[in-house]
Design a protein around this ligand. Structure first.
Ligand SMILES: [Zn+2]
Length: 106
């Protein structure tokens, strides 16, 4: 999914977003919670980094626009690609991902 498409969907202008580091660090993200939602200006509930042609930017969102973002992304992602979701989430959070598959039969 292209983050520029997400911004277009939310009606957000990339130039209005603060520059962000390449990788999300939890301490940085914590400081952004409560900042105005990029889409509507309500207090922020979540934040994430969007990767655009000219660099990374913070996308702070209220609860409604966080859900709208997740729904938009989920609708554009191929079905059954849970590992891709997990890899992206782990990379964004800056943590290692270990997948353990448990087989009840054996
Ligand atoms: Zn909002």
């Amino acid at each position: 999914m292209d983050d520029a498409d997400l911004l277009l969907h939310l009606g957000v202008t990339a130039a209005a977003l603060d520059p962000a580091p390449e990788r999300l660090r939890p301490a940085d993200a914590e400081h952004r919670i409560g900042l105005p939602c990029a889409a509507c200006g309500l207090p922020g509930y979540a934040t994430r980094i969007v990767r655009l042609v000219d660099g990374c930017r913070w996308l702070d969102t209220c609860r409604e626009h966080m859900i709208a973002s997740a729904t938009f992304q989920a609708a554009r992602r191929p079905r059954g690609d849970i590992l891709t979701d997990l890899r992206e989430a782990a990379a964004e959070a800056g943590v290692a991902l270990t997948v353990v598959i448990y087989d009840e039969a054996g």
